[in-house]
Design a protein around this ligand. Structure first.
Ligand code: 5GP
Ligand code: ZN
Length: 118
């Protein structure tokens, strides 16, 4: 069923507490934790506790939660104080775009100069 935990999903395991993570923020429906391979001084992943493969699937099934995820990403940026200098929220979608974990996650990146992408 949509949103159900997936046995082979790394981030479902983090939600379940089966794999450790450095959690920086939690809400009833989301968890935010530091990326294991940070690409910037601040590199936090914000995920819904429920499993959807990508941001579009989450938005289609649970639009309110999708909004909440973005609010949490903003709150992480404030907490990390990168809201002052600027930060980037990234959703890689599909292997061709570099997605490696198929559980919706927003990358929150900041704390260094971020080149314009588009
Ligand atoms: P993607 O490439 O799917 O957009 O992002 C997946 C991210 O998850 C990568 O930036 C990767 O470094 C991070 N990651 C992979 N495995 C783990 C892990 O076990 N713990 C944490 N905290 N991050 C992970
Ligand atoms: Zn999952």
């Amino acid at each position: 069923m949509a949103g159900e935990p997936q046995a082979d999903c790394l981030f479902c395991k983090i939600v379940a507490g089966d794999i450790p993570a450095t959690i920086v923020r939690e809400s009833p429906n989301t968890i935010s934790f530091r990326d294991i391979n940070p690409q910037a001084p601040t590199h936090v992943l914000v995920i819904p506790r429920v499993h959807y493969a990508n941001a579009a699937e989450l938005a289609d099934n649970e639009p309110q939660l999708c909004g909440e995820l973005l609010s949490e990403a903003g709150a992480v940026a404030e907490q990390e104080k990168v809201d002052v200098t600027g930060y980037r929220i990234v959703f890689n979608t599909g292997a061709g775009a570099g997605q490696t974990v198929f559980h919706t996650h927003a990358h929150v990146l900041g704390g260094r100069d971020l080149q314009r992408l588009v």
